[in-house]
Write a protein that binds this ligand. Structure first.
Ligand SMILES: *[C@@H]1O[C@H](CO)[C@@H](O)[C@H](O)[C@H]1NC(C)=O
Length: 412
């Protein structure tokens, strides 16, 4: 699903060869695999012809071979020639990395979070500030009924820049087993403003809907001001739930000895207000569609709409900054790719395969349906793929990858 060479592995670029359900295997790997676990193939593929050959090792592996042995699995993963062809993320003269985007969902009202359930379904969930969470299927279609609707309890307003509302969501690491998830939202209790962290369970008879009667309040904290309400919820690798409450807010950050939130560890990077005024934290890219982005921390600024990146030099521990620009000229001229986005960057997210997304809007109001989810694309991998020597130029290779999830998902 995510190899830059998926189209080659599945021999999908030549319209005259039959559609493969199992990628092309290198012969010694196949012979060994046949020996150790040939029964596995019955579960990977319904191909009758392949199953009929199961008793004959040589014919079985000939059937699974590729004419172009450069692209057989698993050696293509470590093939230096192929991987050097991937080149580098293209930077312009000022060192700005040129990336492209794909629009994944739109019409959202201040989308504040995108998460997945880590349950193998490859669904993703997008939360709106008003208190709705929508479920999207792997083909990116949105289910009609909201996954969760607590808009009645959530405290927010249509006022642009209102920082209160539904602010965070996280699925339990063992969600598949216990169906639990956690949400974070602003709530009015009597005359004061609070944040609340609650646990919900998915309903017994519909995996795409929360059981609204299952709410268990875990924590409520009174807020001294209506801004800086935090909102990130996440499970650490240690299995604990982490709750980021914000620093209290109020104009001028008046709380604490040094002003709000000034007694933390030193930052790895800081930028002046000429660059931006409000960091929207992102993720280190750990997906596999774009090997060149590996290890890059990608984040943004809410006020200026700037996308930025940091990469650690493991030798020195220093972080190297590069701005991210949208690819110009022909850089993003692949089907489905775009090179522009709405400027108010609200949040970042990952899908279940580790690919990176961000959410932004053209109007930062909790009731304006101008929010979009974008997928971050490194066009240098697409170009390298279509420019392979001896290959028919295939400008749609990147979109082909995206259009084949059901067949290829087995292979994960
Ligand atoms: C969400 O719930 C509110 C009332 O609690 C209701 O008015 C609204 O229509 C619901 N939204 C959706 C999309 O179902």
């Amino acid at each position: 699903e995510c190899s830059p060479y998926a189209a080659h592995l599945y021999d999908a670029e030549d319209p005259f060869t039959p559609l493969r359900t199992v990628p092309g295997l290198c012969q010694d790997y196949c012979l060994d695999m046949w020996h150790k676990c040939r029964g596995l193939f019955r579960h990977l593929s319904t191909d009758q012809e392949l199953q009929a050959l199961e008793g004959n090792r040589a014919r079985f592996c000939r059937y699974l071979s590729l004419d172009d042995t450069d692209y057989c699995f698993p050696y293509l993963l470590v093939n230096k020639n192929l991987n050097s062809n991937l080149g580098h993320v293209v930077a312009d003269a000022k060192g700005c990395l040129q990336l492209c985007l794909e629009e994944v969902a739109n019409g959202l009202r201040n989308p504040v979070a995108m998460v997945h359930a880590r349950d193998g379904t490859h669904r993703f969930f997008v939360a709106e500030q008003v208190g709705l969470v929508w479920a999207y299927l792997p083909d990116r279609s949105r289910l009609e009924k909201p996954f969760l609707n607590i808009s009645r309890a959530v405290l927010t307003s249509p006022w642009q820049g209102d920082e209160r509302g539904f602010l965070g969501i996280a699925f339990h690491p063992s969600f598949r087993r216990n169906r639990r998830l956690y949400v974070y939202y602003s709530v009015g209790i009597r005359t004061s403003e609070w944040i609340r962290i609650s646990e919900f369970r998915v309903s017994e008879d519909d995996e795409n809907a929360v059981d609204h009667s299952s709410e268990r309040i875990l924590l409520e904290v009174k807020e001294p001001a209506s801004n800086h309400n935090g909102g990130q919820l996440l499970f650490g690798d240690d299995g604990y739930l982490y709750i980021f409450t914000g620093d209290g807010g109020m104009a001028g950050d008046p709380f604490g000895t040094f002003g709000n939130a000034q007694n933390d560890v030193l930052p790895i990077f800081a930028y002046p207000h000429t660059i931006g005024k409000s960091v929207t934290g992102g993720y280190v890219y750990r997906g596999c569609e774009y090997p060149n982005l590996n290890g890059l921390y990608i984040f943004g600024d809410f006020m200026t709409g700037r996308l930025m990146s940091l990469q650690e030099n493991p030798g020195t521990g220093q972080w190297h900054y590069s701005e991210i620009c949208m690819g110009r000229g022909q850089t993003c001229e692949f089907p489905g790719l775009i090179n522009n986005y709405y400027p108010y960057i609200i949040s970042f997210g990952e899908d279940e395969a580790g690919e990176l997304y961000f959410m932004s809007t053209g109007e930062p109001s909790a009731t304006a349906p101008r929010g979009v989810v974008y997928k971050i694309i490194d066009p240098s991998s697409c170009k390298a793929r279509s420019a392979m020597p001896g290959r028919v130029p295939a400008p749609s290779v990147c979109s082909l990858l995206n259009s084949q999830p059901l067949i290829l998902q087995w292979w994960k």
